[in-house]
Design a protein around this ligand. Structure first.
Ligand SMILES: NC(=O)C1=CN([C@@H]2O[C@H](COP(=O)(O)OP(=O)(O)OC[C@H]3O[C@@H](n4cnc5c(N)ncnc54)[C@H](OP(=O)(O)O)[C@@H]3O)[C@@H](O)[C@H]2O)C=CC1
Ligand SMILES: O=C(O)[C@@H]1CCC=N1
Length: 262
């Protein structure tokens, strides 16, 4: 996910490679980031925190505590930490980060890599307008941004944070289905991709409820209603609801000390 940010930010005119630095546990990973993006890399989180105005925390929830434990006295007043860690609340982060530092809990998604992401942000109470604008600029550089109350962040994680994976699965399933019906795989994949992109763009640009757009595809006694009958019988809507609830609940669990160990 951190690479999605690096790539997305560098595709803007605003962020130059020399203004971005990354740390990681593996030197080979840092060498890859240096070579591919020309950014500065450090093998030491302490150095990174001491030399950065904005720190994006992008380790797995299971690693957050050990990472922050070593950094507590490295932060300085006025710094901004943007955490993209699923499930980890602002209050939990403040167990390891001084109160003089501002914290943003963010939930982006991987299309940030191509600047087509969507993120939600929740702010700590001490955030300044300048820091809000800076965060909106960073996150806005790689996609759409919503500011939300923190209590909604697990739901965001379930929907849009994990969401690209659901849509990749749908695209793969549509492609296989086309192949099953006789289409060459390459053509089938393109038909699936263009259909998903076209449908999403139509909802976005017409601002029309998807149910109305769906109805316009359906000819009475035609092909579409025959297919929708099968999807409804298979419980597709409930499957999506259950899936997103499962992800939101797992996000909540990951934020707890016990859940973070699993
Ligand atoms: N993937 C996604 O779509 C999204 C992920 N997120 C959140 O982003 C975070 C990262 O997820 P994701 O990118 O998928 O996971 P990855 O495992 O790909 O990335 C985590 C990176 O952190 C590195 N790391 C581990 N320990 C340390 C350490 N002590 N110091 C520095 N770096 C360290 C890991 O290195 P190593 O491999 O050596 O362990 C790895 O490169 C998670 O908290 C997740 O909840 C949020 C939104 C979307
Ligand atoms: O799977 C995960 O836990 C992360 C959080 C959102 C997307 N990927």
């Amino acid at each position: 996910m951190a690479e999605a940010f690096i790539s997305g930010l560098l595709k803007t005119d605003e962020y130059l490679p020399a203004s971005l630095r990354a740390s990681d546990t593996k030197e080979e990973r840092l060498a890859y980031l240096r070579e591919k993006y020309g950014i500065i890399t450090v093998s030491d989180n302490e150095e990174l925190v001491e030399t950065s105005d904005v720190v994006i925390l992008a380790v797995k929830p299971q690693n957050v505590r050990e990472v922050l434990l070593h950094l507590k006295d490295k932060f300085t007043k006025g710094q901004l930490v943007i955490s993209i860690v699923a499930g980890f609340s602002i209050d939990s982060l403040y167990q390891y980060i001084p109160k003089s530092v501002s914290v943003i809990r963010a939930m982006p998604n991987t299309p940030c890599l191509i600047r087509k992401g969507v993120s939600a942000l929740a702010f700590s109470a001490n955030i300044t307008e300048e820091q809000k604008n800076l965060a909106l600029n960073i996150m806005g550089s790689v996609g759409a941004v919503h500011i939300l109350p923190e209590k909604l962040m697990n739901a965001v994680t379930g929907l849009s944070g994990s969401g690209p994976a659901y849509i990749f699965l749908v695209i793969e399933a549509l492609c296989d289905a086309g192949v099953r019906a006789g289409l060459p795989r390459e053509i089938s994949l393109d038909l699936a991709v263009q259909t998903v992109m076209g449908a999403a763009a139509m909802v976005n640009s017409t601002k029309t409820h998807p149910a109305i757009l769906k109805d316009k595809v359906i000819t009475p006694a035609g092909t579409t209603i025959a297919a929708l009958h099968v999807l409804e019988r298979a419980g597709v809507r409930v499957a999506f609801m259950d899936a997103i609830m499962a992800a939101a609940e797992r996000s909540q669990e990951l934020g707890s000390e016990e859940g973070g160990k699993k």
